[in-house]
Design a protein around this ligand. Structure first.
Ligand code: DGT
Ligand code: CA
Ligand code: CA
Ligand code: ZN
Length: 576
């Protein structure tokens, strides 16, 4: 049964996406109606379940037909309109939309005229040059699409679910399973617990006395499309959006062994098992036990198992068989990151796409125990950007707010500048100097070559006002590929100019990536974890930035916003 706001939001987003495919038009009236309804719902604090159609309609941005669909979902767990659209546009077709430059209109023609229903179909059609003869396509756009498909496939995300989709989905399922009677523990395992960028399938481990009711609960969730397989303690289902969920239910006494096994990675597991063998032990998903006689040595918690293997506890994000076992053996695991005490990339309603006013963001930052907060709305060069006047007016409110706050929280009046194709920045040097904190990011011209991209970013770094580069690669996981960059040159310029590189915690971005962090690490670069929040609740995304940093073995001393408040403020303000 559907009972949460998240279900309604997912329904509205699916309706928007599938209607766009159906009508071949991202700007259609209906698509925008669903999108604005989703925005309105996400801002609602009330329990939707108690609202009637009439009351729902009173919410700004929700019309009659959307209100009826929300009631239909809440009462029946299904929406007929959506079911129909899903029949017409299966997940394999929706997946094609993630290819850059393939919009709903072109996609619809490829389906009708060439029968393209999946990435495999598209690859075959391109290989046989079937797009050329189509009116409005031709050899040029055929080649462009072939390149876009190659880039899409090179990201290794085809057939995998981006973490931005998988994590909220898994958290919803886990939250519901936790509420079931008899369930003592439920958590995600596999690549999701290791915080991989993309997920092959979602693994969930539950500890309960009886497996059947837990498996039944998953099968009957409204997000479940079909059951792939079912055993005594294991069930696999596929969601309506095409993501596979593997659920295992284990006895509470075996929870640690199960979590360890199903978290993986496979390489990590194999190394652990070899280590066990040299100690006369065997390790499987039930327990660590003695080979002779079978006495169980440890099984209840992961900590106990690591300890029995003479290892320090290894955090899930490090379990990639990248030297972590050797490091755990000799006490050289990276130190975990201290608490984050400030954020340096945060938007308010002053940005066209910001949703929370300044006061709310500040209150949320104080609630998180922050000591420093830079507010960085968009400069005029971006679509959601604003004029000098608006920023100056914001600065005046800012100074007033600061004097009310006293020493509790140091506010920095900042801005997110746009980096032009040749490294140009918004406004003029003097206006930029008036800010306490400027970050600069790439938001367009993704097609430039490596030398040009590197040049534009390094040029921005050399501007005296720029203290940090935002989402360096501008990638969207599973969508837009990263821009091409010479990371060695970027790291050198960042260290030389003392320009920080952001670790952006928005799940679709996670930018710098783990790979880019590894390649720029150890070169004197300072990193800053940020949320890039567009609403106050999103400040919490900084924890994803921290996980990404830990996954990349980043040295905590290189992460500025985990320093002491004195050191951080002195660095951020250059002592002024
Ligand atoms: P994914 O789903 O492709 O994103 O990656 P994982 O790591 O979630 O892989 P998955 O779902 O196939 O399996 C979940 C965990 O189960 C994996 O991380 C480790 C464990 N596992 C799976 N197959 C094997 C195996 O053949 N040997 C060992 N030792 N462990 C395995
Ligand atoms: Ca998995
Ligand atoms: Ca799996
Ligand atoms: Zn931003």
């Amino acid at each position: 049964m559907a009972d949460s706001k998240e279900d309604v939001l997912e329904m509205l987003r699916d309706l928007a996406e599938l209607t766009m495919l159906d009508e071949g038009d991202p700007q259609s009236f209906r698509v925008r109606a669903y999108e604005s309804a989703a925005q309105a719902i996400s801002a609602q604090a009330t329990d939707l379940g108690v609202l009637t159609v009439k009351e729902l309609q009173r919410i700004d941005g929700i019309g009659k037909s959307t209100a009826e669909k929300i009631r239909e979902l809440l009462e029946t767990g299904r929406v007929a309109k959506l079911e129909g659209l899903r029949q017409k546009h299966p997940p394999s077709v929706v997946a094609l939309l993630r290819i850059q430059g393939l919009g709903p209109k072109a996609l619809s023609r490829l389906r009708v005229e060439l029968g393209v229903q999946s990435i495999d179909d598209l690859r075959a059609a391109l290989a046989e040059h079937k797009l050329r003869p189509l009116r409005g396509f031709g050899p040029k756009s055929e080649e462009k699409l072939a390149q876009a498909l190659a880039r899409h496939e090179a990201q290794g995300t085809v057939g995998r679910t981006p973490i931005s989709v998988a994590l909220p989905l898994a958290e919803r399922i886990v939250a519901r399973l936790r509420e079931l009677p008899g369930v003592l523990h439920a958590s995600t395992c596999g690549s999701l617990r290791r915080f991989s960028e993309t997920i092959g399938d979602v693994d969930i481990v539950v500890a309960a006395e009886a497996a059947e009711p837990v498996m039944e609960a998953l099968v009957s969730m409204s997000l479940t499309d079909r059951v792939l397989g079912r055993g005594a303690a294991k069930t696999s289902v596929v969601t309506r959006r095409g993501t596979q969920i593997d659920l295992r239910v284990v006895a509470p006494s075996q929870l640690g062994a199960a979590l360890l096994y199903f978290t993986g990675s496979k390489g990590h597991n194999i190394k652990l098992r070899q280590r066990a063998l040299t100690r006369g032990l065997t390790l499987n998903e039930y327990a660590l036990s003695e080979i002779e006689g079978g006495r169980v040595v440890a099984s209840e918690t992961e900590e106990q198992i690591y300890r029995a293997l003479d290892l320090a506890f290894i955090p899930p994000v490090l379990r990639e068989d990248a030297g972590e076992i050797e490091a755990a053996e000799s006490g050289r695991l990276p130190r975990s990151l201290p608490a984050v005490i400030g954020d340096f990339h945060v938007h308010t309603t002053v940005s066209g796409d910001g949703r929370s006013p300044l006061e709310e963001v500040v209150a949320a930052a104080i609630g998180r125990g922050y000591r420093v907060l830079a507010i960085t709305d968009h400069a005029e060069g971006t679509l959601s950007g604003v004029s000098r006047e608006v920023l100056l007016e914001q600065r005046a409110r800012f100074r007033a707010l600061q004097s009310e706050l006293g020493d509790a929280l140091k506010l920095l009046h900042g801005v997110e500048l746009n980096i032009g194709p040749a490294g140009e920045l918004d406004y003029d040097p003097e206006f930029r100097r008036g800010f306490d904190w400027c970050l600069a990011s790439v938001h367009d011209h993704f097609e430039l070559d490596r030398a040009a991209q590197t040049h534009r970013v390094v040029t921005a770094m050399r501007d005296p006002s720029v203290r940090m580069i935002g989402h360096l690669s501008a990638r969207m996981i599973g969508g837009r590929p990263p821009i091409e960059l010479d990371l060695e040159a970027i790291a050198a310029a960042a260290a030389e100019t003392d320009t920080a590189l952001e670790i952006n915690g928005a799940l679709p971005r996670l930018d710098l990536s783990v790979e880019a962090l590894r390649r720029t690490g150890g070169k004197g670069v300072t990193y800053v974890l940020t949320s890039d929040a567009h609403r106050a609740e999103e400040l919490d995304r900084v924890r994803f930035a921290a996980l990404n940093a830990e996954r990349a073995w980043v040295d905590p001393d290189r992460v500025a916003n985990t320093w002491s408040p004195e050191r951080l403020v002195a660095w951020a303000t250059r002592g002024s």
